[in-house]
Design a binder for this molecule. Structure first.
Ligand SMILES: C[S@@+](CC[C@H](N)C(=O)[O-])C[C@H]1O[C@@H](n2cnc3c(N)ncnc32)[C@H](O)[C@@H]1O
Length: 368
């Protein structure tokens, strides 16, 4: 699985138990990112709609959520991946910008990305394999990158994994149908069909996914944009079109409240953490419009960059790491009986020691 800040790798087990506990057969993951949560919901049999504004996230959702593994010609897919792996490097925009000016990948791997990405466009543009092959390339690049997880600053010396040759793998596809939607969550809720279970995991602060993951955005769009700064970010990051209301302290609470209130869903789960602009009480208050509210809190390890520390462009450590752990919150809201059913399934989970079991607020009376 790819490195992604805010990814819910550690909470996925609890979220899917909550969905199972309310018997969900339809679900929505409205800020789907890596699609990790959407994948788990699909794995347990729900028809999932995965929504995000990022182009790379849409491609991941087309691969893992809307593609039915039963409809894919596995031999054709394996042949396509093998053929792409056999291509030699061809220096182009990706190599020059991201591997010579910036240091995302080693230049020899960058040249292979250039050759493979051009070939996917030439040979597979109109094929159902297109999002599968793009996903395979994005994941392959992530395995050999030289970052701490964000595409904003690079390590002074190449990371050991970046010295490995880029190698594409066949993605692990899931059985069953689903839907991928590139859209603003606030717009999507207006037209989406009702679902049994919805999960909301918005950005919590000013750090924009569009700039943190700009290399993937360009790798998928393949539009060779003008760029700026040492990380060679896309010039269009400066425009209003690629800003999210969820990245501004002033607009985030209102935008999220709109989505929470507008969703046609029985049980809604909203993620937040104690570093968010939205405090615990505000979160509960926002969810109260849907009925009963319960809050689960998980003591968690912060993302890898926080463990490694803050560095300047020359690789020198600057500043202090303030803390290594945080509290991840899940507010579960909806009709009382459905919420308590969902919570019961989560209570039955055994946490395996890598993650602390949640503490729960709400109880019989709820918080809302
Ligand atoms: C905290 S991350 C979600 C991580 C995800 N749950 C996972 O496990 O990978 C927030 C996501 O919200 C997306 N996003 C930002 N603004 C959005 C908007 N207005 N509508 C939908 N998605 C948005 C970002 O692209 C990012 O992928």
């Amino acid at each position: 699985m790819i490195k992604y800040i805010g990814s819910k790798r550690r909470l996925v087990q609890a979220i899917s138990a909550l969905a199972a506990g309310c018997g969900a057969t339809t679900a929505a993951d409205l800020f789907t990112g890596t699609t990790r949560v959407a994948q788990e919901l699909k794995r347990q049999g729900a028809f999932v709609t995965a929504v995000d504004t990022a182009t790379y996230s849409e491609v991941l959702a087309q691969c893992y959520i809307s593609t039915d593994a039963a409809a894919v010609d596995n031999a054709e897919l394996a042949d396509a991946v093998a053929s792409l792996n056999s291509l030699g490097g061809r220096r182009g925009y990706f190599t020059e910008v991201f591997c010579e000016r910036a240091r995302y990948l080693r230049p020899e791997n960058g040249a292979r990305v250039d050759a493979i990405r051009d070939t996917i466009e030439e040979r597979h543009r109109d094929s159902p394999l297109y999002p599968l092959l793009l996903t395979s390339l994005l994941e392959a690049a992530d395995r050999v990158d030289s970052t701490t997880g964000l595409q904003m600053a690079y390590l002074k010396t190449w990371s050991p994994r970046s010295l490995q040759p880029l190698s594409l793998r066949v993605p692990d596809l899931l059985l069953g149908p689903g839907r991928a939607l590139r859209a603003d969550a606030a717009q999507a809720v207006k037209t989406m069909d009702p679902v049994d279970f919805a999960y909301l995991d918005p950005p919590y602060n000013q750090h924009r996914y569009f700039t943190n993951y700009h290399v993937w955005e360009t790798l998928i769009r393949w539009d060779a944009p003008d760029h700026y700064g040492i990380a060679c970010k896309r010039a269009d990051a400066k425009g209003a079109d690629n800003r999210s209301r969820f990245n501004s302290r002033r607009t985030m609470p209102g935008a999220l409240a709109e989505v929470v209130a507008g969703l046609k869903a029985t049980v809604v789960v909203v993620s937040c953490n104690d570093e968010s602009w939205l405090g615990r009480d505000e979160l509960v208050e926002m969810c109260a419009c849907r009925g009963h509210v319960e809050l689960l809190e998980f003591d968690s390890k912060r993302y890898v960059g926080a463990q490694i520390g803050i560095h300047d462009p020359s690789g020198r450590k600057v500043g202090k790491i303030s803390h290594l752990r945080n509290v991840e919150r899940l507010a579960v809201c909806g009709p009382r009986r459905a919420v308590l059913g969902a919570l019961e399934a989560c209570d039955r989970l055994s946490f395996d020691g890598r993650e602390t079991a949640p503490s729960r607020s709400g109880g019989e009376e709820g918080l809302g």
